[in-house]
Design a protein around this ligand. Structure first.
Ligand SMILES: *[C@@H]1O[C@H](CO)[C@@H](O)[C@H](O)[C@H]1NC(C)=O
Ligand SMILES: *[C@@H]1O[C@H](CO)[C@@H](O)[C@H](O)[C@H]1NC(C)=O
Ligand SMILES: *[C@@H]1O[C@H](CO)[C@@H](O)[C@H](O)[C@H]1NC(C)=O
Length: 261
């Protein structure tokens, strides 16, 4: 029998071989198809950059509307999260509600790092941020639930840690000492990359320029450098100007609207 090929068996093996090759190509091409779908899907986000915004509690109340009470707590000693904002888009899904149960495992971290300093409750503040910004982030798999969205912001606060950067550079809050914009820029650029913005408010009586927020523009994968373009900002927070010195004021728990009288 040796040397002889059973034609039936040969046909079977050819068939099996054929099917397996088909199978292989099917797997390879479906993998490719999948990657293509994933790429196309990631392009479905109507935004490219998102802005991670951290706030300095010491000056937050300087321009706070009188419609809200300002209540600084002990968390006011550190930079806090204001929000994570997909660029140039708002309120993407008004029916996507945030529930307290979405945040159970994050609530204590959120309370320390994303507190409200007004008489809105923390949850009301988070709910506003979710409705306005979070619902627009859900086109990214890494941000497609409240838990992922709020968790990402907490992660970003650790990654782009302003407290630590300032501490290392001996930048301390003061009512008398002020800084030049380039001093902040030298410290922040290595941490935040080229696309970031320092925002200032002007205090009423003395007209001082006061640091209030730091925005960093990120790609969907959370790395820095995304160019957000220019957009009109009508808030009292404006880009800090290099021509004038910048005050970094200590939180004044008794007089938060006028921390350095
Ligand atoms: C917050 O305080 C302001 C000013 O005192 C008041 O008018 C407003 O009703 C309060 N809002 C809430 C949600 O408690
Ligand atoms: C606040 O910032 C200081 C300075 O970096 C740091 O030592 C401290 O751990 C921070 N506190 C919190 C609650 O993150
Ligand atoms: C993040 O995304 C940007 C833009 O797509 C890309 O240039 C960059 O290499 C990515 N970074 C990492 C760490 O994957």
């Amino acid at each position: 029998m040796s040397g002889e090929v059973n034609p039936d068996m040969a046909l079977k093996w050819v068939t099996v071989g054929f099917l397996c090759t088909g199978c292989f190509w099917f797997l390879v091409s479906s993998e490719k198809l999948w990657q293509k779908l994933e790429q196309e899907h990631s392009r479905l986000c109507p935004w490219e950059c998102m802005i991670f915004v951290q706030m300095w509690p010491g000056s937050f109340c300087v321009s706070l509307t009188s419609k809200l009470d300002c209540i600084l707590t002990k968390n006011a000693k550190n930079w806090t999260i204001h929000g994570l904002w997909p660029n140039d888009i708002k309120e993407c899904c008004p029916y996507w509600q945030l529930f307290p149960s979405d945040l159970t495992n994050l609530v204590s971290e959120l309370n320390s790092h994303w507190p409200t300093f007004t008489n809105l409750t923390s949850f009301q503040f988070w709910e506003k941020e979710w409705k306005k910004h979070g619902t627009c982030a859900g086109c990214m798999e890494t941000l497609n639930s409240p838990n992922k969205f709020f968790g990402a912001a907490l992660f970003l606060r650790t990654k782009y840690n302003i407290d630590r950067a300032f501490e290392r550079a001996a930048i301390v809050p003061s009512c008398t000492w002020s800084y030049q914009l380039h001093t902040f820029a030298d410290i922040l650029r290595p941490l935040l990359g080229p696309q970031y913005e320092l925002q200032c408010v002007t205090d009423g009586q003395q007209g001082r320029q006061i640091l209030v927020q730091i925005k960093v523009s990120l790609f969907g994968n959370f790395s820095t450098g995304c160019f957000p373009g220019t957009s009109m900002d009508i808030s009292p927070y404006q880009p800090c100007k290099a021509q004038r010195r910048i005050f970094y004021v200590p939180p004044n728990l008794k007089n938060p609207r006028n921390p350095c009288p």
